[in-house]
Design a protein around this ligand. Structure first.
Ligand SMILES: *Cc1c(COP(=O)(O)O)cnc(C)c1O
Length: 450
């Protein structure tokens, strides 16, 4: 099947009649706890376009939450998956092995930050990778405690939901939570009480106090940070913060885990977001973009830490599934061969100035921020820093009605985040941003009138 035409095109209202009919079936058969962003059903997707069953083509500024960096039907991913499925779909790597698993591991050992000896273990989901990073850090250090940040998102399993900051919808009613998870403040520049210029130093002081005085550094196995926070609001830490965390971790023999599940593999205009700050974490978790749309996740890190867990302690039935590994090899090849890291920087250069121009001009825009193709607009009540989640929802809804797919995030639900596929054409991207900018301007007018 050819890729969808790379233009925005609406032929029905959104959602259209076929999507509406499927929606009724969905509501009858699916658990209500499964949320949805846009009630359309997809026929095909690729490049920068998602096409629904009614023939509407949406500009994709979401990438299925930062997954389809190479597009949702990259020919190299499709070819390798088809070839692999014909040979075998599964053996369980723990039973009989296959080359793709080793090739993906070798690629991650090469691409992740640092020149030290590295090893990798593959899993299926991001949450599983984070859980395993903690397991590995605990065995390596013989310590129980895990330190995470405010506004963190690490997944929905018991341990990772305990590590995630936001209550509704991720934690509400799901307790009791996993023990030995401690939270330090996130140095959120836009919301730091004494001003952004103090965020790094004060957040580091608070982290140090938590680790050294409250928990006791000799009890801390790992500090887990997203080098740019994702679900929590695309929070870019102030310069120096991550280096300070790395220093504290090194000082006390604590394993520094960079959760690069959303930021990794080119998304932020560097292969890894840690590279922007020259940070070399001990362990890196990847997922999302890694599998080119197939479920694949990894923990990569210092060989001596990774090897702390004895044989049999890591793995799972589907860990590093061969079809997912084949897809990953196609995606990684596309990222490197097509210069998609550079492309993410071009996306930033094309989009971020347009969003930053809204600050001060459109009173609901508090801040525009981000790196590479991970960009966001934080919406506030005019003249304040009070979150305006209703404006974010209105903007996302207006965009969807005009054929542009965006996502809302943030602890306060007031951040519009942009995660376009890195392969999106400049014209399609510009078209999507035109719609977004108009929607923000319009929502600001409606908000002022209300
Ligand atoms: C998405 C995400 C996860 C969880 O990944 P799943 O595959 O949904 O389990 C963990 N950490 C970060 C930073 C993420 O963005």
């Amino acid at each position: 099947m050819p890729q969808p035409d790379q233009t925005r095109h609406l032929v029905t209202a959104v959602p259209g009649p076929r999507s509406l009919a499927m929606q009724a079936e969905r509501d009858a058969h699916l658990a209500d706890g499964l949320g949805r962003t846009l009630p359309v059903f997809v026929e095909r997707a690729g490049g920068g376009i998602v096409e629904d069953v009614d023939g509407n083509r949406f500009v994709d500024l979401a990438s299925g939450i930062a997954v389809t960096s190479v597009g949702a039907s990259h020919p190299e991913v499709a070819r390798r998956v088809a070839e692999q499925v014909e040979r075998f779909t599964h053996t369980c790597f723990l039973v009989t092995q296959y080359e793709g698993f080793v090739e993906v591991a070798a690629a991650l050992n090469r691409l992740t930050p640092g020149e030290h000896a590295k090893k990798t273990a593959l899993f299926s989901t991001g949450a599983e990778a984070v859980e395993n990073a903690v397991k590995i850090a605990r065995v390596h250090t013989g310590r129980p405690a895990v330190v995470v940040l405010g506004h963190a998102y690490h997944g929905r399993t018991l341990l990772t939901m305990s590590m995630t900051a936001k209550n509704v919808p991720y934690k509400e009613g799901f307790g009791p939570f996993a023990p030995e998870v401690y939270r330090a403040p996130s140095p959120y520049p836009f919301r730091w009480p004494s001003g952004p210029e103090h965020a790094a130093a004060e957040a580091l002081a608070a982290l140090r106090e938590l680790v050294v005085s409250q928990i006791g550094a000799h009890h801390v196995a790992a500090i887990v940070v997203e080098p740019i926070q994702g679900e929590g609001g695309f929070v870019v830490p102030p310069p120096g913060y991550l280096a300070g965390v790395a220093e504290l971790a090194a000082e006390h023999g604590i394993v520094l885990v960079a959760d690069e599940i959303q930021t990794g593999l080119g998304r932020t205009g560097a292969m890894f977001a840690c590279d922007h700050e020259g940070i070399v974490p001990d362990l890196v978790t990847t997922a999302k973009a890694l599998g080119g749309g197939m479920p694949l996740a990894a923990v990569t890190g210092r060989a001596e830490i990774m090897d702390a867990v004895p044989a049999g302690g890591l793995g799972g039935t589907y860990s590093g599934n061969p079809v997912a590994c084949a897809a990953a090899l196609g995606a990684l090849e596309a990222i490197e061969r097509e210069g998609l890291v550079e492309r993410a920087r071009e996306i930033e250069a094309a989009v971020l100035p347009r969003l930053q121009a809204l600050v001060g001009q459109v009173p609901v825009v508090g801040e525009a921020r981000g790196r590479g193709a991970m960009l966001a607009v934080e919406l506030v009540r005019p003249g304040t820093d009070e979150p305006a989640p209703e404006v974010a929802r209105a903007v996302a809804a207006a965009c969807a009605q005009q054929g542009v797919l965006t996502l809302v995030c943030g602890t306060f639900g007031n951040v519009i985040r942009l995660l376009p596929p890195l392969v999106i054409s400049p014209e399609l991207l510009a078209d999507g941003i035109d719609v977004l900018v108009a929607a923000i301007t319009e929502a600001a007018g409606a908000d002022a009138a209300a």
